[in-house]
Design a binder for this molecule. Sequence first.
Ligand SMILES: NC(=O)c1ccc[n+]([C@@H]2O[C@H](COP(=O)([O-])OP(=O)(O)OC[C@H]3O[C@@H](n4cnc5c(N)ncnc54)[C@H](OP(=O)(O)O)[C@@H]3O)[C@@H](O)[C@H]2O)c1
Length: 248
Amino acid sequence: MEKKFGLIGSTISHSFSKSYFDEKFFREGLRDYHYDLYPLKNVDELKKLLAENPELSGLNVTIPYKEQVLKFLNDIDPSAKNIGAVNVIKIQDGKLKGFNTDSDAFYETVEKWFPKKIKNAKALILGTGGSSKAVQQALKKLSMPFELVSREKSKGQHTYESLQKNKSVIAEASLIINTTPLGMTPDTNSFPPIDYEAISSKHYVYDLIYNPARTLFIQKAEMHGATIKNGLEMLQIQAEKAWAIWNN
Ligand SMILES: NC(=O)c1ccc[n+]([C@@H]2O[C@H](COP(=O)([O-])OP(=O)(O)OC[C@H]3O[C@@H](n4cnc5c(N)ncnc54)[C@H](OP(=O)(O)O)[C@@H]3O)[C@@H](O)[C@H]2O)c1
């Protein structure tokens, strides 16, 4: 039986998901399964997409719709509801149920990568959108305190301007996570405007972006001695978790 899956987002032509699922379907002999990219100009176009593609069984959701998509769901997994963002939708009998696999995927990667021997570690999260919320939930589960950096004063403890005046914030964070799209293809010349001089070999710097593999954010942090990680492993884990949800 033909089954369709896909990705909704705004600029998704550089997405990894299609090649990931195309290869998976080929490897596993699922010849009637298809994965397509569905760029939407706004989230309201989702209704039309669903009406035109009744065979759709599941969707991944990416920037900027992880929060906006909530209003279209018939049901939401309690953990995703708690996070306030959805990156996986399961479609069954015309009903949409939302899940968040980003948070558990981020949790698993940090569990493995960030050394447990660093005591009283604090994290600094750049950005306050959908993936930031997933990261926040994972850090709570890891019992790691964190602060947020936003362009807007009301959304976090710090703005990029206030960080320039308070250099100790970066110096005292053991883990710095970029959840903004700054540096993501095709905008590869951008990077979060923080003081990279304050980064040293005691820092662990994680960029959720995986395309390109080495953003300017990652390169600058590495130049100052930080241990670095990009978003590829998280992406692979969240995709496998999405697959498990669609097949459950
Ligand atoms: N590796 C993975 O598995 C994985 C998973 C999820 C997401 N991601 C990546 O994470 C990034 C964000 O995705 P998302 O879904 O969280 O997007 P989102 O919901 O749109 O949130 C992004 C946040 O970044 C900040 N931001 C946006 N534009 C900015 C700019 N020009 N300058 C400074 N800050 C800016 C905003 O926070 P403020 O308004 O507070 O500044 C915004 O809320 C994307 O690059 C995505 O590919 C990767």
